[in-house]
Ligand binder design. Structure first.
Ligand code: PMP
Length: 372
């Protein structure tokens, strides 16, 4: 039937607010050195791979049944990990887990956001906060940041007072800039958010294990509207596992269960995550190595003559470029994939293995000569 045979998204009866939008799309290119999605470059150690196989085999024998809907054993172990590493005692009742922290964030927005409600983040920040807001029908408000990418407390508090959002995102360390947020700033924004609404404050700590400073987790004490979200995708080197979690007042854990799909966390996922948690110490050893490499990237980029934003994460924002997309392409032409997060003038590189980082530093050293 001639001309109208091709059906595109816009021919479908999709929701109006999705028309003309693009999905999350970090390029997955087949390039020798991939430093673009903040993954951990180290494969899981072989003894852990064997332990996963063992635990998954045990789980497989019970796959005719639905998994533990409340993931009791896993939440207990995650609570133990947080208590041990974050300087604050939490129990299973404080912890909830889902398929990646993206799903944790989605469940929070389904519970506390939604149609007629709004959420704010201080940008540039993690783009999925806004995208998941849109997907849940939550209005997205782009809050301000300073030129140096720190949060301007007065401006941020004023934006909260003006818009009275239902959900406030604070990403620490921030992606893509690497910037950590001080506890005092979080406390002041929490107070501003409670005075304005009250609203839920979500501290996204996806990268906190790489931080020079401590976790903000202890701040949940006595603050039922404060949630800390975490992931096993970065420090645990298990991005392929899809396991994220949150720590908060037990009432928040009860609340997200109103929207979670029944049996959302598969028995295979729970078994794999439990195996990984048994190997926490080895995996945190890799984190120490990556922190040293991250610091080396900062030092060497500056020595070459690039500007760098101070980083508490496993990646570094560098620049500045008159045309960052052109610079991204020139680095790619040298076999190294970094990330263009659309922050004008800046690109982001994930800390890889020492060899990968050397390849990256060689590429940007040549680029510097080309531009000078
Ligand atoms: N929060 C931040 C700040 C992130 O950068 C990411 C991953 N890029 C996530 C959350 C989501 O990670 P995951 O769903 O793999 O846990």
């Amino acid at each position: 039937e001639g001309a109208r045979a091709v059906t595109g998204i816009d021919d479908l009866p999709i929701r109006d607010e999705l028309r003309g939008k693009s999905p999350y799309g970090a390029p997955q290119l087949d390039v020798p050195v991939q430093l673009n999605t903040n993954e951990n470059p180290y494969p899981l150690p072989e003894p852990l791979v064997e332990r996963i196989a063992q635990r998954v085999a045990e789980a497989a024998r019970g796959l005719n049944r639905y998994p533990d809907r409340d993931a009791v054993e896993l939440r207990t172990e995650l609570a133990r990990y947080l208590t041990r590493t974050a300087g604050h005692e939490v129990s299973r009742a404080n912890v909830w887990a889902a398929n990646g922290s993206n799903e944790v964030i989605q469940q929070l927005l389904q519970t506390f956001g939604g149609p007629g409600r709004s959420a704010i983040g201080f940008e540039p920040s993690y783009s999925m906060h806004g995208l998941i807001a849109r997907g849940t029908g939550t209005e997205w408000i782009s809050g301000p940041r300073r030129e140096d990418f720190t949060i301007d407390l007065d401006a941020a508090a004023a934006a909260i007072a003006e818009h009275r959002p239902d959900v406030v995102f604070i990403t620490s360390p921030n992606n893509p800039t690497g910037t950590a947020v001080q506890a005092g700033t979080v406390l002041a924004l929490y107070e501003a958010a409670q005075a304005a609404k009250p609203s839920l404050v979500v501290v996204d700590e996806a990268y906190v294990e790489f931080s020079h400073g401590p976790s903000l987790l202890p701040l949940i004490e006595g603050r039922p509207n404060l949630v800390v979200s975490r992931t096993m995708s970065k420090a645990f080197g298990a991005a392929g596992l899809r396991l994220g979690y949150l720590a908060a007042h037990p009432a928040v854990v009860d609340a997200v269960q109103l929207v979670r799909l029944p049996y959302h966390l598969s028995a295979v996922t729970q078994a794999t995550a439990l195996a990984a948690l048994e190997h926490t110490d080895t995996l945190l050893g890799y984190v120490e190595q990556l922190k040293r490499e991250r610091d080396r990237l900062v030092t060497d980029l500056r020595a070459i003559g690039w500007e760098v934003t101070e980083s508490d994460a496993n990646f570094v924002q560098f620049g500045r470029f008159a045309d960052s997309h052109e610079a991204w392409q020139k680095i790619l032409d040298r076999g190294v994939l970094v990330r263009d997060n659309q922050v004008p003038g800046w690109l982001r590189v994930t800390a890889g293995t020492p060899d990968e980082n050397d390849a990256f530093l060689d590429a940007v050293r040549e680029l510097k000569k080309e531009y000078d």
